[in-house]
Ligand binder design. Structure first.
Ligand code: SAH
Length: 367
């Protein structure tokens, strides 16, 4: 079933459990992101989901997948009052309002993440009162996860920015894309950015190919990820600045001999921030989906003052796994202390960058 056998997908699980540095306690931005898109998702289901077609088949189960679900509680908070449960509520309402109540399907939600994800914490926080059957699906979404034409709705929030692997050119001293002294492409030369762009394009192409097989015709896919508006330089996006700060902290630590310079040179964060324009191009090349929505939004519009500490903890929850895999666990506390100071020094600058859309929201329909 694999159409991606030549690469071994890397996995970077979010911090597990529910301690102060866990992803559970620190998925603040993701939650804010979800609040902003909730109404948009409701509209899309109301306008775009064809329940008449579903009810005319013998199929009596409506299957939804949350790809890159992580450990929550956002997933469940999300699911219960916002995304997955909300999607089901809206779908149910649509059946009723179209006189199809007697054809109401049962609902099954598939929670997907890498096999190394802390599914135990996730499933332990599953609300008891829910109107769906819950199933875990371990594995990379850069590969097939479901049988052909078996899904009706796909949701994925803040997961598609993770690249499936590190980019070889970035490590090659003889390449123009050698990313010496940096850990990301935001402020790097164009050759480095291009290497990231190429890997992202490959990953999204594979993702779309797999989902095209798995979704029924008419099925909807809601994808939310960090984004950058068309025409904005990569170094001006807040996400880029944050990764730059992290890189600067690592370089300082190398200068002080806490880690080696070679370690920094061989480390690159496999995270990409896409624009609507490039996503549109990738979807159009794939050819299996109609673009129903494609826009950058401002996820923090309804969130009041976020502290720098929350930002540091958020970053740590998401990045500690991959950083300690490369540098070891010993440097983590020191690194994030330094990051915290660095971003405090530049917090006003960072805040001012947030006036551009930092979230890419898209809805695709299988045609
Ligand atoms: N959707 C949640 C979690 C976002 S964190 C939320 O919005 O809060 C991103 C998650 O994506 C992580 O748990 C990570 O393990 C997962 N992820 C990244 N790449 C993946 C892949 N190729 N396949 C499956 N899950 C992946």
């Amino acid at each position: 079933m694999s159409n991606n056998t030549d690469t071994v997908p890397e996995s970077y699980p979010m911090n597990s459990g529910d301690g102060t540095n866990s992803y559970t306690e620190n998925s603040y931005f993701q939650k804010a992101a979800t609040n902003v898109v909730k109404a948009k998702i409701d509209d899309v289901i109301a306008e775009k989901l064809d329940v008449k077609k579903n009810s005319s088949t013998s199929e009596s189960t409506f299957r939804l997948a949350d790809l890159g679900c992580s450990v929550g509680p956002n997933t469940f908070l999300t699911m219960h009052s916002h995304t997955m449960q909300n999607i089901i509520d809206v779908v149910q309402h649509k059946y009723q309002s179209q006189g199809l109540a007697s054809h109401m399907p049962e609902f099954q939600v598939f929670f997907n993440d890498h096999a190394s994800n802390d599914f135990n914490t996730l499933f332990a926080s599953l609300p008891q009162r829910r109107s769906y059957f819950a199933t875990r699906v371990p594995g990379s979404f850069h590969d097939r996860l479901f049988p052909e034409s078996s899904l009706h709705f796909v949701h994925s929030s803040y997961a598609l920015q993770w690249l499936s692997k590190l980019l070889e050119e970035l490590l090659n001293k003889n390449s123009a894309a050698w990313n010496k002294g940096r850990v990301h492409y935001a402020s790097a030369p164009d050759e480095v950015a291009q290497a990231y762009t190429d890997q992202f394009a490959k990953d999204i192409t594979t993702f779309l190919d797999c989902r095209a097989k798995e979704l029924v015709v008419g099925g909807l896919m809601v994808l939310i990820m960090p984004g950058i508006p068309n025409g904005i330089h990569r170094s001006s996006a807040p996400t880029g600045m944050i990764f730059d700060f992290l890189g600067l902290c690592l370089i300082d630590m190398a200068k002080e001999g806490l880690i080696s310079e070679a370690q920094v040179n061989t480390f690159n964060l496999p995270v990409y921030v896409a624009s609507p324009k490039e996503m549109t191009q990738l979807v159009e090349t794939n050819g299996c989906f109609n673009i129903e929505r494609m826009e950058t939004t401002q996820p923090r519009a309804r969130v009041d003052g976020i502290s720098g500490q929350a930002l540091t903890k958020h970053l740590r929850a998401g990045m500690e796994g991959i950083i300690s895999k490369h540098f070891g666990t010993k440097i983590i506390d020191e690194l994030f202390d330094r990051f915290s100071k660095k971003q405090q020094e530049s917090f006003n600058l960072l805040e001012s960058k947030y006036n551009v859309g930092t979230q890419l929201f898209m809805v695709l329909k299988r045609i």
